[in-house]
Each structure stands twice: as C-alpha cells, then as structure tokens.
Unconditional design. Structure first.
Length: 655
C-alpha cells in the first residue's frame, strides 16, 4: 500500500519503526491517533469508529483515535488484554516549531509497568520479573512492583518448574528476558502462564543506579536486576528515584509449595471462579489499607519456617487480641490512610496531583494517633513497630500550609495553592479579584448612565471582556463612548478604553497567577520527593500493623486459637475445622474433627466413598498449617503443630 507522503506521516512511520510491538498513540491536537494495522486492531478491541486518512485517495490510510483527556481508560483496556502502548507526545511548542512539530515517545506502558491507579488493583501487587540464565546452571531472578518501588532478587537452581513456581507465587504480569534464552522457553512460559514477554539484552547496571544493589548480592542476581533496570529506563523515560534498595531473599527461607499445591489449596484464587471469593486470602483479609492487603497476600504466599519468627508474629497478634478498644481505634485510623507506597511512586514519576497530596497529608495526620494508640497497649513486643512509626510531621505541615483542601484535578489551571502561602501569588490574586469587583461596579454604572437595565458586562475566552447591549437599545448609547467589538444576532458587544485597560490587568494577573501556582506546586512536589524513602518505610510499618490487626479480628470473631508450635514433628489438632468451608457454610453446619500425627503415626491413609470429605479434610490440615506459620490463630479448640518446611497437595479431580 502506498503511503501518503506528508511530513506528518513520515514522522509517524519513523517513530512506529522503533515500536513495532506496541500500539502507538500519536498525539495530534486533542487526540491520540492510530494508523494502519494499529487502527484496525484497536478499533475492534476498543469498539471505536474506524475512519480513514485521505479517504478521497486511491489508498486511504486506516485511522482511529481517542481524546487525550480520556485516554487512560482505553490504555487500561489494551494493557489488560496483554498489549503494550507507546505514548507519543509533542515535545516542542507548536508556535516555535520550524516546520513539523517534534514528537517523541515519552513512555512505553506494558502489563508490568502500569503506574496509574485505574489500571492497578488496590490490594494486589503488579510484579514484573527479569530472568538471566547463567550457562546451564542457574537463573538470576529479580522482580519489582514499579508502582511501589519494591525490588527483590534471588538465585534459582536450573529447572523450568522452579522458575514457573516462582512466577506463579508472584502472580507476575510480565517477564523480561534476553538473548541467552532460546525462543522456545519464553513462548512456553507465555503459553502456560499467559505472561507478557519483553526483551532486554543489557545486563550491566546503568549509571546512577549502583546504590540499589549492595555488595552482598550475587553476581548472577545483579545481571537480572540490571536487565530489569535497563528495561525501565528504556521504556519509562522518567525519574525512578522511588525504586527501593534490592532485597535478597532465599526461597528456602519460606515454606515450599509448588504451583499445583497452591492452586488446589485456593490460597488466593479460586479454581472455578478465578477470583478471591472462597479463598484463604478472602477469609483472612480484614485489612483496612491497600498496602496491608498486598502484604497479607505476600505473607500467605510465603509462610515462615523459622520457629522464632512464627512465635514473634503470634505474640504480636496476641497483643492485638488482648487490647480490643485500642484495636478498634487502630482500625478506624487505618481506614483514613492512603496508599503511601504507590503515592511515593507517582511523586517520583511526576504524575501526582494536588488531590493526591491532600490524601497524603490526611494520611500523615493519622500516624501520630496510630503511634499513641500502640503505646497505650503497653506491650514490650510492639516496641520495634512503635519506634519505626515515622509521622513525617514536617512534610505534613508543608502540605497543610501549601495545598487547598479541595483542589482541582488539573495542576495547570490554578486553584491549588492556599492564600498566604506565597506573597507574590497573593498580589496577583488580589489584582484579579479587585479587577472583577471593578467589572461588577462598571456594569452598575453603565446601566445608570445609559438607562439600559438589560446592559451587561461579560467575558468570553475568545473575545475577552465586553459590554453587551441588545439591538433594541443601541440608540440609547452615548455617542463616541463605545467601540464595537462583536456583532450578534440580537445584540452588539462593545469595549471602552477603561474596560480594555482593566481587561489587560486582570488577564495578565490571572495568567501570571496560574503560572506561579504551577511552579509552586512543582516545588511542593519536589519537597515530597525528598521524603520518598521515609514514606516507603512508613508504608511497610503501617502494612504490618494492618495485617496484625486483621489476624486479631479474624481470630477473635471466628473463635480461633493460638497453636503451640514445636520442632519435634508432633501434630495434634482437637476439634479442628476447615476455615474457609466453615465461613461459607456457617459455624453451626460444619462438623469439627481431630487429627493426630507423631513418630508412631507418620502417615494417615484416608479412605471413603466419593464426596465424603477426604479432600476437604486434607485441605483443612494444610490450610491450618499455613495459617499457623503466617502467625495467625487457627480454627480448633486446641492444637500442637510442627513447623512444616513443605506442603504437597494434589487433587486429581480438579486438574
């Protein structure tokens, strides 16, 4: 097909050449336009009208577009269906451009690099993974939630099953690989997990990011981390200062469960509905913050195997159970805490608005109250948590002084900064407000002077201020006082020398006021950026508090008990119950049962007819062990449990 040889289409094709695997959102005025195959495919997926450029020619170019101000929803739809979107913007002022306005891709959005809240689930992480294969021996494995800045890495022994298991544990959305992998491997992963595959061959740490990787990180891990960071730099093209220092972890430090065991136990996703309803996560999640919800899922996915860690978490849960009134107060405070992790990411990205900062301020106002409530519990085991609760009160004070309580969403239209925050801004606002008072007084005076009661002074963005008189009253106007400005069907609009001068002063003050407000807002945003690391640490502490109160509430409301943990291998559950089935059926309907295993009874052979409850009984024991090892109380009258290092559960009927 011959292409229309206009400068604009040449520019489009040159940019598209570098983003063949993405939908190119090409900014033209108030729209993002797509052409050729992008347009044909997008029109079907997004259900928008397909038109054509140069429709009167022999080779019309397929074309479709979406308004730039509502593009986020369309982008979310494409990302949700597993596509990439390249955002191409004008990067120079059209008035100053010599010839074609310069355009560049300013961001490449993929399933693993979503940042906007609309495209993210509040209580779910959005992990992207990078894998580096070292010869035929091991994998360097790194993962990150770009929206929160969390960055972790490990080394995995060679084996596709180990890699698949880690990817499913994280519910990863995207995997970045390089040329060291054969084409067959990424395709196999894509087919099995539905994972979006991207490519990055640079395995050297980029300049300026060395501080994210400590010397204790294995060289193979560093290759995976570098691959991930280079991918971010190539695609996001903006500040990544919210990325946190890499945390090394060992899969051997947590209870091992393979993909099928996690799936069949329905820890966080049901087999039939593929949703949260009817899962262990559904049962245990009474968290009040998005951050707490995400941490809870991580705890469930990785139960502890060190006895001292399990007992320490149990002790914290016990403290919350024993202090009902303080726990209720904490719940109310946590409801008012915004998603600090993702807010910090948006601040670094530069896409935070004034309403976000008000939510941040209101969140920070709850933090001192949270700290005092924890202190009132007077529990020595909570000292560490209390000491780590950082109110960031100086930042809260800056936001209180600077930002209006009900600011607009846009950061470029004014109305954001409070009166009294900046003297120069107050001067501009005073000039604008007094000018508008003068306009109102002018209308009164002109009506008295002319005797025309219907005369009005108005404003139009195109024509500015004017005096409007209906045509029936034109004869009553004094001669040589009014200069005609615009003719309407039933009226004439005029300007006077005084009104023209006042218009200049008012509009000049308003324009300078808006420009100054924007620069002041950017300065406030930069101040917040200095607190990113502290906000991220605060978010972790608040998340932990939220999970502990959730365990306490669940345990108290469902009459769960604290299990006695041991290293001897002795298991004794008296009047145990399946936590999820009991919740679904109701406590009165479920028949409790016992389970005893020890050195003399290391294996139980369970028999019975179909649908008699064998699978439910086995799942009950497994879920009870998982609950105990994440620090929660368990559904039983009393229990002694060993620390399990692995759980295997296979349900052939569900495969």
């Amino acid at each position: 097909m011959a292409v229309e040889a206009t400068p604009m289409m040449k520019q489009y094709l040159a940019i598209k050449e570098n983003y063949k695997d993405a939908f190119l959102f090409f900014r033209l005025g108030d729209f993002y336009e797509m052409f050729f195959e992008d347009a044909i495919q997008a029109s079907q997926i997004l259900e928008i009208t397909l038109t054509a450029r140069a429709s009167n020619s022999d080779n019309p170019i397929p074309m479709c577009g979406v308004p730039y101000h509502s593009a986020a929803g369309y982008i979310d739809t494409l990302i949700d269906k597993g596509y990439k979107v390249a955002i191409c913007e004008q990067v120079e002022d059209a008035k100053l451009a010599k010839g074609m306005v310069k355009r560049e891709v300013v961001q490449l959005i993929s399933p693993g690099t979503m940042m906007e809240a609309k495209g993210l689930k509040e209580k779910e992480n959005n992990f992207i993974v990078a894998v580096f294969q070292h010869e035929e021996k091991e994998y360097g494995f790194a993962y990150c939630d770009l929206s929160t800045g969390e960055l972790k890495s490990t080394v995995l022994a060679m084996g596709e099953d180990r890699l698949i298991n880690e990817l499913t544990t994280l519910s990863a959305k995207e995997m970045v690989v390089g040329i060291e992998f054969s084409e067959a491997f990424p395709e196999a992963v894509r087919e099995q997990l539905g994972l979006f595959i991207s490519y990055e061959n640079n395995n050297e740490l980029p300049d300026g990011y060395e501080s994210l990787v400590t010397n204790t990180i294995h060289p193979i891990e560093k290759k995976a981390i570098a691959k991930l960071l280079n991918y971010f730099i190539d695609t996001q093209k903006r500040d990544l200062s919210h990325l946190q220092k890499t945390v090394h972890y060992e899969t051997s430090q947590y209870m091992k469960m393979d993909y099928y065991s996690k799936r069949n136990l329905e820890l966080s996703e049901s087999i039939r509905g593929k949703g949260k309803q009817g899962t262990l996560l559904w049962l245990l999640d009474q968290t009040k913050t998005a951050m707490g919800g995400r941490l809870l899922k991580q705890w469930i996915d990785r139960p502890l195997i060190h006895l001292n860690q399990i007992e320490a978490r149990q002790q914290d849960v016990t403290s919350f159970i024993n202090h009902y009134f303080e726990r209720m107060e904490l719940m109310e405070l946590l409801k008012q805490v915004y998603d600090l992790e993702r807010l910090a990411g948006r601040v670094a990205y530069g896409n935070v608005n004034a309403r976000d900062l008000i939510q941040l301020k209101n969140s920070l106002y709850q933090v001192p109250l949270v700290k005092e409530t924890l202190k009132a519990m007077n529990q020595p085991n909570l000292t560490r948590i209390i000491e780590e609760v950082d109110p960031c009160d100086t930042l809260a004070d800056v936001l209180e002084r600077a930002i209006n309580e009900s600011p607009p969403i846009s950061i470029r239209e004014g109305g954001i900064i409070k009166d009294g925050y900046n003297a120069e801004l107050d001067t501009y606002r005073d000039a604008s407000r007094n000018g508008k008072t003068w306009i109102a007084e002018l209308e009164r005076q002109e009506r008295e002077l002319t005797g025309i009661k219907s005369l009005k002074v108005g404003f139009n963005r195109v024509f500015g201020y004017y005096i409007e008189v209906t045509k029936a009253n034109i004869a009553a106007l004094p001669e040589n006082r009014y200069e005609r400005k615009q003719t309407l069907t039933n009226a004439e609009r005029y300007i006077t020398p005084d009104l023209k001068e006042k218009e200049r002063l008012i509009l000049d003050a308003e324009e300078k006021s808006i420009e100054l407000e924007y620069s002041l807002f950017i300065a406030v945003r930069e101040t917040v950026k200095e607190y990113i690391e502290r906000l991220q640490h605060l978010a972790k502490v608040i998340s932990e508090i939220d999970c502990l109160q959730s365990f306490a509430n669940i345990s108290e409301n469902n009459h769960f008990v604290k299990p006695i943990m041991n290293k001897t291998g002795h298991l004794e559950i008296i009047q145990g119950r399946h936590p999820v089935v009991e919740k679904v059926m109701g406590a009165q309907s479920y028949v409790a049962n016992d389970c005893v295993m020890n050195e003399s009874r290391g294996i139980l052979l369970i028999t019975g007819p179909n649908m008699s409850g064998k699978s439910t009984y086995m799942r009950q024991i497994a879920l009870t062990a998982i609950m105990a090892q994440i620090g929660c109380y368990i559904p039983a009258e009393q229990a002694t449990l060993p620390v399990f290092d692995q759980i295997f559960y296979e349900d052939w009927c569900s495969r």
